[in-house]
Design a binder for this molecule. Structure first.
Ligand code: NAP
Length: 295
């Protein structure tokens, strides 16, 4: 892409948290940004806030509910109807659900896996031709260091294809970690499949960002604990710091041609041994194609 060519970026869940902090930085750099978000009122407010500080910002919104394949398809079609190029896709939206009660996507998948992995898998595949036609282009998928099965922080991942719909048991933390492992397998497999196309795919971990978690907490105590206590701990990352990792992946010249990397605190890091298992990544890809009814 030449320097004076307009860059177009789509980001999922970009109206809050780390996604919104990233959008502000990209808007300041002149990107045209599409907020693909399920809450259009929140997107409208986010766009107004950006315009209040960057008057010539180019930010638009398209509805997207990652928990519905129909909505994901409608989002991709709405983007394609605009006729824009696509230089950057940031698969940022993600959530951990407390219980499995009522936590299934419109297509019957457990919600955390469905939203964090499957929705993004479908969206990215539907936009692949747009990315290739706009090359050099980048896909960034937001994972977490919690994807590492050897990390001794609570229960470990347990990626079991016979329990992806919580048929055997449900544990919110395990399902979240599984989805973040799926995010990395997806990012690395996508990069292998995109070899020679001019499109790269990398994964990012924003670090532990209590400000983003606390903003969602309903209890005043919990909100205070995350935003005022945990946010001040040395191991915490601010929204500014966390979004810097996205910006590095999105704009550092190296990552226009280098993919298959894991970027943490703005630097390349090794991801877990499990995340480099190409066979498992390929199986997840094949199964995800079937689940999303993609040929
Ligand atoms: N905060 C951390 O410590 C941390 C650590 C590691 C990784 N991460 C990852 O960083 C990413 C951003 O999270 P955050 O901390 O900035 O939290 P956040 O502010 O809660 O952002 C999550 C975004 O995901 C969106 N989302 C949830 N379900 C969706 C759905 N069905 N369809 C479309 N969008 C949906 C939310 O939209 P609504 O506003 O409509 O709910 C929200 O905009 C996530 O992938 C998260 O897993 C965060």
């Amino acid at each position: 892409m030449s320097k004076n060519q307009e860059c177009v970026a789509m980001i999922t869940g970009g109206n809050s948290g780390i996604g919104f902090a990233t959008v502000k930085k990209l808007a300041a750099q002149g990107y045209t940004i599409i907020l693909a978000s399920r809450n259009q009122d929140a997107s409208k407010k986010a766009i107004e806030e950006i315009h209040s500080s960057i008057s010539n910002a180019k930010v638009e919104s398209i509805p997207l509910d990652l928990a519905s394949f129909e909505s994901v398809r409608a989002c991709a079609s709405a983007f394609q109807a605009k006729g824009y190029p696509l230089h950057l896709l940031i698969n940022n939206a993600g959530q951990m659900f407390d219980s499995k009660e009522g936590r299934f996507t419109a297509d019957g998948f457990e919600m955390t896996f469905g939203v964090n992995h499957l929705g993004h898998f479908l969206l990215t595949n539907l936009l692949l031709e747009n990315l290739k036609a706009s090359a050099p282009a980048r896909v960034i998928t937001v994972s977490s260091s919690l994807h590492d099965p050897d990390l001794k922080q609570g229960p470990a991942t347990d990626f079991d294809y016979d329990n992806l719909k919580a048929e055997k048991y449900y544990d919110a933390q395990i399902f979240y970690k599984n989805s973040k492992l799926a995010n990395i397998w997806f990012a690395y497999e996508l990069n292998r499949l995109l070899a020679g196309t001019g499109v790269t795919s990398n994964a990012v971990c924003p670090g532990f960002v209590p400000a983003a978690i606390g903003a969602r907490r309903k209890s005043p105590f919990s909100k205070f604990f995350f935003t005022q206590i945990l946010a001040r701990m040395p191991f915490a990352r601010s929204l500014e710091q966390a979004s810097d990792s996205y910006i590095v992946a999105a704009t550092r010249p190296k990552f226009a041609s280098v993919g298959g990397k894991f970027i943490v605190d703005g630097e390349e890091k090794e991801s877990s041994e499990e995340s480099y298992n190409e066979e498992k990544a390929r199986i997840l890809w094949e199964k995800s194609l079937e689940w999303c009814k993609l040929t």
